[in-house]
Ligand binder design. Structure first.
Ligand code: AMP
Ligand code: GLY
Length: 438
């Protein structure tokens, strides 16, 4: 089949990489592309959010399956527009994508579905929100309703901080229209964990757990980023626990969405807070996480295109794949200054030492140890025949190995071979999970 991937970061590189190995795929296209993706897919010069043009392209090229990476095209209805002309697309409709694009919508679905989540109240008015915060006192979390590039959530120690967050969102409108409504909710504690499931509207198949590292510095300090590293599976959270998440979160959510007349098709990414025996949902996303997707794709064993097409067509039961029991670890190599200001255009060297045809001692050792290494491109470019950095998150170096400890070691070994001026990455990806199993 001919497959179009929408988006052009490391997540989409990982999807394209797996798709390029799918026996059923003979044509692969990616919007925008990047130097990593372009080695395996044809770049299509159309913006990810230009739904009209994308639809025209998919009709003209007879694309059999479109897979959407980022949330923005989903939130503006790419699935609806493609469905209208009979094109198969993996991703939810605009209405169903509100599970991510509106936190108020998501909380209402959780409540209707009986999915455990923090207690909350919704406000359309800054004064009322402020009054509520003063009256309740203590720690809380303030969330802008809409998409705010991951910046709309403030975890507050007390009401002072919450009042500032409400003012920022609702009065100063720092997140634009996203701050028209806010949620004030109970602050939960526990361990954060991501769960992924492929959903066909009625049925779902688990893709398992992954853990992200959102803060820029080691020890989860500093401002939040798009994600600095991830690993999958997560030790201590076994298949039995996954079955609980399917029963307590995924299936009730699918039932509630179907009952609303907005069946959910695509990947449901539930952000969980686990405290002892208690599972709570912090948020839903309606797409693969980045960098979680890179780790998950490394473990995916099967025909990804056939799998996602079956799910998109409401036939999840036909999907046939397994997840490798090996561990995958992704380290994000970032430009100095990210998530604040950073420079672009720095020469990248060393990638050929971890991948590419030339033999090297490292490659031989990895092969003997059953280690696989892959560097997914997040934001790179080619200038004057040199590979250069082209964004804040530059590369997502991923290792697959027997057990988390070996995968962490291999991922760092590979990351240390890459060079560019000002290269920065966290040194503690997976460390907490390793400590917990020792
Ligand atoms: P969200 O976008 O809703 O996942 O929120 C972003 C981050 O804020 C999460 O990854 C958590 O670290 C934190 N967070 C969100 N909701 C809560 C909550 N109710 N209690 C504690 N932390 C939270
Ligand atoms: N890594 C978190 C996200 O993609 O939202």
């Amino acid at each position: 089949m001919k497959v179009l991937v929408v988006g052009h970061g490391a997540r989409e590189h990982a999807l394209c990489w797996r798709l390029s190995q799918s026996p059923s795929v003979w044509g692969l296209y990616c919007t925008g592309g990047n130097p990593g993706i372009n080695q395996i897919a044809r770049p299509v010069p159309i913006e990810s959010e230009d739904i009209e043009e994308l639809r025209r392209f998919a009709i003209a090229e007879r694309i059999d399956l479109t897979i959407v990476g980022p949330e923005a095209p989903l939130a503006i209805g790419i699935a609806d527009e493609f469905a209208n002309v009979g094109l198969t697309l993996f991703g939810p409709t605009r209405e169903a994508a509100q599970l991510e694009s509106s936190k108020v919508f998501a909380k209402a679905v959780m409540r209707a579905a009986g999915v455990p989540t923090a207690d909350y109240a919704v406000f359309n008015d800054a004064a009322a929100a402020a009054q509520h915060v003063r009256a309740r006192g203590g720690p809380c979390v303030v969330k802008a309703d809409g998409l705010a590039f991951g910046k709309g959530v403030t975890v507050c120690d007390g009401s002072e901080q919450a009042l500032v967050a409400i003012d920022d969102a609702m009065v100063k409108r720092r997140f634009g229209l996203a701050g028209e409504a806010v949620i004030v909710e109970e602050r939960l504690s526990g361990e954060e964990l991501s769960f992924f499931a492929l959903c066909d509207g009625k049925d779902a198949i688990p893709l398992g757990f992954a853990q992200d590292h959102k803060a820029i510095y080691d020890g989860d300090r500093g401002p939040n980023t798009g994600g600095m590293g991830a690993y999958s599976p997560v030790p201590r959270y076994n298949e039995q626990f996954a079955a609980r998440v399917m029963d307590e979160v995924v299936r009730p959510t699918l039932h509630a969405m179907a009952a609303k007349g907005a069946p959910f098709r695509g990947v449901l990414f539930a952000g969980l807070m686990v405290d002892g025996d208690q599972i709570n949902v912090l948020e839903y996303n309606v797409r693969f996480g980045d960098p979680e997707c890179e780790a998950l794709m490394m473990r995916f064993d099967g025909d990804l295109a056939e799998t996602l097409r079956a799910v998109a067509q409401g036939k999840a039961h036909e999907a046939d794949f397994r997840l490798s029991p090996q561990s995958a670890v992704t380290i994000v190599l970032a430009a100095q200054g990210y998530p604040g200001d950073y420079r672009k255009g720095m020469n990248i060297t060393g990638l050929e030492r971890l991948e590419g045809p030339e033999p090297s001692p490292a490659k031989v050792k990895w092969a003997l140890d059953k280690v696989r290494i892959k560097a997914f491109h997040a934001a790179t470019a080619v200038r004057e025949a040199m590979l250069v950095t082209d964004g804040g998150r530059v590369l997502a170096v991923t290792a697959l190995a027997d057990g988390l400890e070996r995968a962490v070691a291999a991922a760092y070994e590979a990351a240390d071979m890459v060079r560019f001026e000002g290269i920065y990455f966290r040194r503690d990806i997976g460390r907490r999970a390793l400590a917990s199993v020792k």
